[in-house]
Write a protein that binds this ligand. Structure first.
Ligand code: FMN
Length: 175
C-alpha cells in the first residue's frame, strides 16, 4: 500500500509521532511518505491510506475552542478533494493543561474530510483518556482518530501507536 502522512506542528512532537507511525508501516513492507502540510501538493492528498496529524493549540485565556498549528491554518481543507479517500487522523494534545480543549483538532480535521466524501477509519474510544471536554469526539464514545499526549503520558505513546496501526490494518484488511 502507498501511505502518505501529512502533518503540521509547532514544536515538533507531531512530526516525531508521525515518523513513529510510518516506521511501523515500513517494517510491514508498505511504501510511506512524510509530508509537511504547508508543503503538500495536490497529489499528496491521494494515497491508498492518507494519515493526517495535527496538534491542538489554543489561546489559554479564552479557553473556548482549540486551534490548529499555524501550518494547518495556512491550508484550506475545504478545497482538498477527499472524495472516496480513506483517511486516518491522529492528534497531539494535553489532557491536563488543556483538558477543556483536548485534541480539538481531531474534530476540526474530521469535518472537511467527511463533508468532502472521505472515509474515516481508526477511531479510538474516549474512555482510554482523562479529560473534561473535546471537540474531537464523534458523539458515539470515540475520538475521530488517535489522541497522543506527549506532555503527560509519553510512555504510553509507543503502545498506543502500535495498537492503532494494528487496528488500521484490520480495518483495511492488510498485513
Ligand atoms: C500555548 C499552548 C496551547 C495549547 N493548547 C492546547 C489545546 O487547546 N488542546 C490540547 O489538547 N493541547 C493543547 N496544547 C498542548 C499541545 O498540543 C501539545 O504540547 C502538543 O504535543 C504540541 O505538538 P507540536 O509539538 O506538534 O506542536 C497547548 C500547548 C500550549 C503550549
Amino acid at each position: 500500500m502507498k501511505i502518505n502522512l501529512i502533518y503540521g506542528t509547532e514544536t515538533g512532537f507531531t512530526k516525531s509521532i508521525g515518523e513513529d507511525i510510518l516506521r511501523l508501516w515500513e517494517v510491514a513492507g508498505h511504501e510511506t511518505r512524510l509530508i509537511k502540510v504547508d508543503e503538500a501538493a495536490t497529489e499528496d492528498w491521494r494515497a491508498d491510506l492518507l494519515i493526517m496529524g495535527a496538534p491542538t493549540w489554543c489561546e489559554p485565556r479564552l479557553d473556548t475552542f482549540g486551534e490548529y498549528s499555524d501550518d494547518w491554518n495556512e491550508t484550506d481543507l475545504s478545497k482538498i478533494d477527499f472524495k472516496d479517500q480513506t483517511v486516518a487522523l491522529f492528534g497531539l494534545g494535553d489532557q491536563v493543561g488543556y483538558g477543556n480543549n483536548f485534541v480539538d483538532a481531531l474534530g476540526m480535521m474530521s469535518e472537511p474530510v467527511l463533508k468532502g466524501g472521505g472515509k474515516l477509519i481508526g477511531k479510538v474510544p474516549t474512555k482510554l483518556y482523562n479529560y473534561e471536554l473535546s471537540q474531537g469526539e464523534d458523539g458515539e464514545g470515540n475520538f475521530w482518530g488517535l489522541p497522543i499526549d506527549e506532555d503527560n503520558e509519553p510512555t504510553m505513546s509507543p503502545q498506543r501507536i502500535m495498537d492503532w496501526v494494528e487496528q488500521l490494518k484490520k480495518e483495511l484488511n492488510v498485513e
